[in-house]
Design a protein around this ligand. Structure first.
Ligand code: AP5
Length: 292
C-alpha cells in the first residue's frame, strides 16, 4: 500500500514536459494523481499517484462527442478516486507545446483532430501502449475517448489479458443529436486548468473567465459546426459498433445522458457498483480457490 499524505485542497500543480511548462491542473491529491504519466507519456511521473485499491475501478466511457463523457469522468474521478485518462487530452496537451517538440506522427494526428476526423488506430495505439503503466496503476482508471474503433478495442483487450487486468464496466452515455450539438456549440474550456463550462447550461461566474484559476476560456477548434458534423459521423460509423462488442461481454451499462450532470452521475453509480461488487466477489472466490 502506498501512503498518501493529506495536503489541503486545491493544490495547483504544473506537470511540465521537459521543454514546456504548459499544462496546469487543479487536483485533489487525496483522490487522484496529477495525470503527468498519462499526459506526458513515459517521460512523465505522477507526483501523487492515486491511492492503491484492493479492487481498482477500471471503466471505459463511450458516447458521442459532446454527450458529456469528460464531465462525467471528472465527477466519477472525484467519487471513485480512479484516474481520468482521456486520449483527446493527450493530443490537446501535445498541441499546446511548440511545434518543434512534436513528433511527425503527433503533428499528423493534430491535423486529423482539427478536421474532426479520428486519428489513425496505429498512432492512437502507440500512444496508449507507451502509457500502459497507467492501465496497470492500482488506483484504477476511467478511459474517456478510448477505445473508439473495434481495432482499438481488440488491442486493449489483448493488452489487458497479457497484464491480467480486467475491466469493471463500460458505460455508454446516450443523448439525441440536437442536444449533443447544443452542448458542443456552447462548450468553453479553460486554457490553464482545462475545466469545462457551457455558456448556457454551466456558465462561469464571470463571462470568459475560469472560476477555479481565473484562466481565459476558449472554444475548442473542433467545436466549430463543420468539425462537429464530421465527428458525429465518425462516431456513428466507427464507435457505435463497440456497443455490440461490449454488450456481448456483459460489461455494458447504457445510461441516458439527459438532465444535469449530477442526475446523470446518480444514474451511473448504482449501475457500475453492481459490476464492481461482482468483480470483488470473483476476486475473493479466486483467492479462496488458490489457497485450497
Ligand atoms: P475527445 O477529446 O475524446 O473528444 P470527444 O469524444 O469528441 O468528446 P468531447 O470531449 O468533445 O465531449 P465529451 O463527451 O467529453 O463532453 P463534455 O463533458 O466536454 O477527442 C477529440 C478528438 O481527438 C477526436 O475527434 C479525434 O480526432 C481525436 N481522438 C481522441 N481519441 C481518439 C481515439 N481513441 N481514436 C481516434 N481519434 C481520437 O461536455 C460537452 C459540453 O456539454 C460542455 O460544455 C459541458 O459543460 C456540457 N455538459 C456536459 N454535461 C452536461 C449536462 N448534463 N447538461 C448540460 N450540459 C452539459
Amino acid at each position: 500500500m502506498k501512503l498518501v499524505f493529506a495536503i489541503p485542497f486545491p493544490v495547483i500543480s504544473i506537470t511540465a514536459s521537459p521543454t514546456a511548462l504548459a499544462y496546469i491542473q487543479i487536483m485533489d491529491p487525496s483522490k487522484n494523481g496529477n495525470r503527468a504519466a498519462w499526459l506526458q507519456g513515459p517521460a512523465g511521473h505522477c507526483e501523487v499517484p492515486p491511492t492503491d485499491k484492493v479492487t481498482p475501478w477500471r471503466l471505459i466511457l463511450l458516447g458521442a462527442p459532446g454527450v458529456g463523457k469528460g464531465t462525467q469522468a471528472d465527477l466519477l474521478r472525484a467519487r471513485l478516486g480512479a484516474c481520468h485518462l482521456s486520449t483527446g487530452d493527450v493530443f490537446r496537451a501535445a498541441g499546446s507545446r511548440p511545434e518543434c517538440d512534436q513528433s511527425p506522427a503527433m503533428r499528423e494526428a493534430l491535423q486529423f483532430m482539427r478536421r474532426g476526423e479520428l486519428v489513425p488506430d496505429s498512432t492512437v495505439w502507440e500512444l496508449v501502449r507507451e502509457r500502459r503503466a497507467c492501465l496497470r496503476c492500482r488506483g484504477g482508471f476511467i478511459l474517456d475517448g478510448f477505445p473508439r474503433t473495434l481495432g482499438q478495442a481488440l488491442s486493449l483487450e489483448q493488452l489487458m489479458k497479457g497484464e491480467e487486468l480486467s475491466l469493471t464496466a463500460v458505460v455508454s452515455y446516450e443523448l439525441p443529436a440536437e442536444e449533443i450539438v447544443a452542448r458542443l456549440a456552447g462548450r468553453r474550456t479553460c486554457e490553464k486548468c482545462k475545466a469545462v463550462y457551457h455558456i448556457v447550461q454551466r456558465p462561469p461566474q464571470m463571462a470568459g473567465q475560469c472560476d477555479h484559476c481565473g484562466g481565459k476560456l476558449f472554444q475548442r477548434e473542433d467545436d466549430r459546426p463543420e468539425s462537429i458534423k464530421v465527428r458525429l459521423e465518425a462516431y456513428e460509423q466507427s464507435t457505435k459498433p463497440l456497443l455490440e462488442f461490449y454488450k456481448k461481454s456483459g460489461l455494458l451499462c447504457q445510461i441516458a445522458a439527459t438532465g444535469t450532470p449530477e442526475q446523470i452521475l446518480a444514474r451511473t453509480v448504482p449501475e457500475i457498483e453492481h459490476h464492481h461488487l461482482h468483480q470483488a466477489a470473483e476476486q475473493l472466490w479466486t483467492a479462496a480457490e488458490n489457497r485450497r
